[in-house]
Design a protein around this ligand. Structure first.
Ligand code: NAP
Ligand code: GLV
Length: 310
């Protein structure tokens, strides 16, 4: 048996080298190097190329070098019988909570309007900060990342709600489920944060109809996946004043095309999918643990329900 590794955009091979160091008796090769594809039982990947899965006739498990698994579940070559395992936190939830807090502060301090005023050399003294407790942050997703962001916002005195698929009891966080629950949360949400996985049920969820349910001058933070957002609907909502601004880390097309309106829009802050990059140390620890568990026949953390899509 052997393990095949591929990580798109990885320039220093830090994760690959460390996995090899921690599993010295395993045969681990980096795609496309693979002397015998028929012996590969596990793959460790981020955004594998189209022909990655070709001839991997013994493949049983695919480990994602990311929290999201849309890059795998939407891959046309992923065999149906293969189990998919994702990273759960692995050091990402802290940086993601920081990113969300940064976005909420941007909205609270009216930074979009202040930045525009600065460029116009206007002393807009009336652009005062909103009070934290009156800022209602609604988080789509109450998983590893959503809950850590929620906790960070709570200690900073924001009012926090979350929406997820299953019911939860959360201390000091108002929790919603279902379509009616979502509408109820949106009606009071000043800052909407998307930390959902991209699935058939969540694709395009932030559309014109949803944005219209937010109070006027709301702010949107999307750090889930680009396809959660209807980008034109967001631009229209900014132009109409329904939204005051947006902090966006993920896009329909990545890298964001040079001609895209987001680059120069005064109310949009663009970050290049860096809200919570994979942390090498946490990722290696979890990936190595997963390999060892799977070899013992034990299901590791991060088991993906392929029918639910996350
Ligand atoms: P997670 O632990 O699986 O949490 C997902 C949450 O979304 C859960 O609360 C889940 O509900 C909820 N959910 C899923 N489908 C839903 C639906 N149809 N309706 C309502 N709620 C739904 O995932 P995570 O680790 O927090 O990661 C979330 C996503 O963040 C990843 O999939 C990835 O796309 C993105 N991400 C982005 C970056 C970045 O740098 N921008 C970094 C890491 C991850 P239940 O609790 O009921 O299951
Ligand atoms: C990054 O986007 C991830 O899903 O971990």
């Amino acid at each position: 048996m052997s393990i095949l590794y591929y990580c798109a955009g990885d320039t220093d091979d830090a994760i690959y080298n460390e996995i090899k160091r921690k599993l010295p008796t395993h045969t681990i090769t980096k795609w496309p190097d693979c002397p015998d594809k028929s012996r590969v039982t596990m793959a460790i990947v981020w955004q594998p190329p189209t022909d990655f899965f070709d001839s991997l006739s013994s493949l049983k498990h695919v480990l994602s070098i990311a929290a999201g698994v849309d890059h795998l579940l939407n891959h046309p070559g992923l065999p149906e019988h293969v189990d998919v395992i994702r990273l759960t936190d692995a050091g990402m939830s802290g940086p993601m909570a920081d990113y969300v807090l940064y976005g909420v502060l941007h909205a609270q301090r009216q930074m979009c309007a202040l930045n525009t005023a600065q460029r116009q050399q206007q002393w807009q003294h009336e652009l005062k900060p909103h009070s934290a407790s009156k800022m209602h942050v609604g988080i789509l997703g109450a998983g590893e990342l959503g809950l850590m962001a929620a906790k960070k916002l709570l200690v900073n005195h924001y009012t926090v709600s979350c929406w997820s698929r299953s019911k939860k009891e959360l201390r000091n966080i108002t929790h919603f489920v279902g379509k009616d629950g979502l509408d109820e949360m949106l009606s009071t949400t000043n800052v909407l944060v998307c930390l959902l996985p991209l699935t058939k049920d969540t694709s395009g969820i932030i559309n014109a109809a949803l944005l219209a349910k937010l109070p006027s001058q709301a702010f949107v933070i999307n750090a889930g996946r680009g396809d959660h957002l209807d980008e034109q609907a967001l631009l229209d909502a900014l132009d109409s004043g329904q939204l005051s601004g947006a902090l966006l880390d993920v896009f329909n097309t990545e890298p964001l095309p040079a001609s895209h309106a987001f680059w120069t829009h005064p109310q949009v802050v663009v970050t290049p999918h860096v809200a919570a990059p994979t942390q090498a140390e946490g990722a290696v620890t979890q990936l190595v643990d997963s390999v060892i568990s799977l070899e013992k026949g034990v299901n590791p953390r991060g088991w993906v329900d392929r029918t639910q899509g996350y």
